[in-house]
Design a protein around this ligand. Structure first.
Ligand code: PRX
Length: 671
């Protein structure tokens, strides 16, 4: 973990001015009397949780989940940072998400409304989804997958993604989803690291009206010898021709479709691994974040109910995240189904075939809870309020935000244009839907800081309050709590149920990354500040992680990709502030020899990053420079490059080994 305090202070100072303005934010939006009266969580919850944190979580675990075997010990923290929650209990995630609802007479309730990008639709009741998951569980078992085996999943946002995850969980196999926007190389390294036995993919998907292939990346990932994959199950989605390896490849319809719909869910240990999800860190190699079953599901279900004020009998919930990210795991595949909710899944982008598609879907399905990212909100702001205003969004009751800080302007637009829409005729609701800004991470597994919509007076731009049962703090360099009004590092002081249990195959890296910066505290990698009311403001990463459209990217990973190209001698990558996407990737490269005269070099390098990592990591800007600013010990001073990328005067450059470097860079950019 980078402990570069310069980076920390830079993150804080870059956001400093904006923050001063933010902290004078004095708008407050208390819940309406009606909302508060019907809210599932009341204010007393905070005190109850604070009085006895483990008891609070034990109550949630028993109240929200069905256990094959009850637990006797809530938390074992005798060997930190390795936590065991509900350690001697046993449960089955798929049984909790599916079978028990059917047994409880909810089999006819809609679990999933699916809307494909081309407009095809499917509806799954809980009974139907249970049947599909049982068939997939049987199919995977018949391919030799047993408890503890890893299954790589490379799928678009279609119901089969959820079915696959739950089928794995049902049989105790550990899923490892790789986002469809990652390249074959990235997929290969994740398959290899997890030693996956099975890959589940699709022929392809649709993107903005056109077919877009997926299986070729799986084929390319599996060309190298020595991998552990025995079979590839392929969902037929877009009907494009695909290469086929007899004996290895099977169509979903032939394997899952032909499997028996009888399957009994057995209990797995609460600490049995549920999934691995790779995420970018400060070094080149992505980390396989490991989550286990009982604690993860407890916090997933609790937060989904509490933060979205879920009324499963009447709400229609829609989280726009892709299953390739943690939000698509916790708040699409698991929590809504555990809680017996009805949810919408949509395959496509917000602008296909037109920029009103999301709002059209909300009107069509009467979505009442929407969970999305600030980037999407800012993009819709750019397209204009007249687009959503044409649709009837009056069903909306709660609006969620996740993945990056939401600026107060976007927050107010979200509230006014989406949350106050009373029917597409320009009329406004008297009480707009509350906004819940939720801070959490792949590592935390579930939401950690967020308002409770029936309790909290919400404040534009701030995630506000640690959830009941969560102990968050902001500390200085020495690990001391800072007073309200001061900035510092966000830490978590006590173990929480959905916390990561480690990094796949690398215990030491888990300790070093999260638990070594401060004694006995989890270091999140984010800067934060308490305002005078004690509300938390998130200030962005203090390490070498960028956040582009709510997606986490590592500067070092992209630098490694760039220098792996023969034309590149050295590279430095920074995240530059961007109005819409939060940050964009800007790369500074020093070229080798004749590459300097190649007019296509920038395009070549962008495509190279696309091939090495995936299209999402392609730098928006690549600047060819003669030198990079380095300290005397050879460390690249990204802070100065960030100043250049964001068009600011370059800050203090006195620690540079050669202080003419910034001038050389400025001169070369003028050219
Ligand atoms: O910097 C924080 C930012 O996203 C990081 C976690 O990224 P990831 O693991 O991909 O998970 C994203 C979805 C949970 C955090 O370290 N972040 C996430 N939510 C917020 C946020 N920053 C500010 N406000 C948020 N609500």
């Amino acid at each position: 973990m980078s402990q570069d305090t310069t980076a920390a202070s830079a993150a804080t100072s870059n956001t400093g001015d904006a923050l001063e303005n933010l902290l004078h934010e004095n708008r407050r939006f208390p819940p309406s009397a009606d909302f508060a009266a019907h809210a599932v969580i009341q204010a007393g919850e905070y005190e109850e949780a604070a009085a006895d944190r483990p008891a609070f979580w034990a109550k949630q675990a028993r109240g929200l989940l069905s256990w094959h075997k009850d637990f006797t010990e809530t938390l074992d923290w005798s060997n930190p940072p390795f936590a065991k929650w509900f350690g001697d209990g046993q449960l089955n995630a798929a049984y909790n998400a599916l079978d028990r609802h059917v047994e409880n007479g909810l089999g006819e309730r809609v679990a999933i409304y699916f809307e494909g990008e081309p407009g095809d639709t499917r509806t799954y009741t809980y009974a139907q989804l249970t049947e599909e998951v049982k068939k997939a569980a049987n199919a995977f078992e018949s391919l030799g997958v047993v408890k503890g085996d890893r299954v790589a999943v490379y799928l678009p946002m279609i119901p089969e993604a959820v079915i696959t995850l739950l089928a794995c969980a049902r049989i105790g196999a550990v899923h490892s989803v790789v986002f469809g926007g990652f390249s074959a190389d990235a997929l290969r390294s994740r398959i290899d690291d997890a030693e996956a036995k099975l890959v589940v993919t699709a022929d392809g998907t649709y993107r903005r009206g056109k077919p877009s292939a997926l299986k070729p990346a799986v084929d390319a990932a599996l060309t190298a010898p020595g991998h552990t994959v025995g079979h590839v199950v392929v969902v037929k989605r877009n009907g494009e021709n695909v290469d086929w390896i007899e004996g290895r490849d099977l169509w979903w319809d032939d394997s899952v479709g032909a499997a028996s719909a009888e399957h009994t869910a057995v209990g797995h240990d609460a600490e049995h691994p549920l999934f691995i999800l790779y995420t970018s860190g400060t070094t080149g190699r992505p980390k396989g974040i490991l989550h286990t079953t009982g604690g993860y599901l407890t916090q997933a279900a609790y937060t989904h109910k509490a933060v979205f004020d879920l009324h499963p009998e009447t709400d229609v919930y829609w989280c726009t995240a892709d299953v390739g990210w943690v939000t698509g795991h916790t708040y699409v595949a698991y929590a809504p189904l555990i809680n017996g909710a009805t949810q919408l899944i949509y395959e496509g982008t917000p602008d296909s075939p037109h920029q009103g598609r999301w709002w059209e879907l909300i009107e069509k399905y009467k979505v009442s809870i929407l969970y999305t990212a600030p980037t999407a909100i800012r993009t819709c702001m750019k397209w204009g309020r007249e687009i959503p205003s044409k649709y009837d969004l009056s069903s909306i009751r709660v609006l969620g935000s996740v993945g990056e800080p939401i600026n107060p302007e976007a927050w107010m637009w979200y509230r006014d244009v989406i949350g106050a829409n009373a029917g597409g005729n320009g009329e406004k609701k008297e009480n707009p839907a509350p906004i819940v800004d939720t801070w959490w991470q792949t590592e935390t597994g579930a939401q950690m800081i967020a308002p409770l919509p029936g309790v909290t007076a919400t404040k534009p731009g701030s995630a506000q309050t640690p959830l009941p049962g969560i102990a968050v703090d902001v500390v200085d360099e020495m690990g001391e709590s800072v007073p309200n009004g001061s900035g510092g590092y966000l830490v978590i002081r006590e173990p929480w149920p959905a916390m990561l249990r480690g990094i796949w195959g690398d215990e030491q890296r888990y300790k070093d990354t999260y638990w070594s910066r401060f004694d006995s505290m989890y270091f999140a990698g984010d800067g934060a500040k308490f305002d005078d009311d004690g509300d938390v403001w998130l200030l962005g990463r203090v390490d070498d992680v960028m956040n582009v459209s709510g997606h986490r990217l590592s500067t070092t990973e992209i630098e490694s990709a760039l220098v792996s190209h023969p034309s590149v001698a050295e590279a430095a990558v920074v995240g530059a502030a961007d109005e819409t996407t939060g940050q964009t990737v800007v790369a500074f490269v020093i070229l080798r020899g004749s590459a300097v005269d190649d007019p296509d070099i920038v395009t070549t390098l962008r495509n190279h990053v696309g091939k090495e990592i995936g299209p999402i990591a392609k730098p928006k800007t690549i600047l060819v420079v003669p030198e990079l600013p380095k300290t005397r010990s050879g460390k690249i001073m990204r802070r100065l490059l960030k100043d250049v990328a964001e068009g600011r005067d370059v800050g203090d450059a006195s620690t540079l080994a050669d202080n003419s470097v910034m001038q050389q860079i400025a001169d070369s950019l003028k050219k």
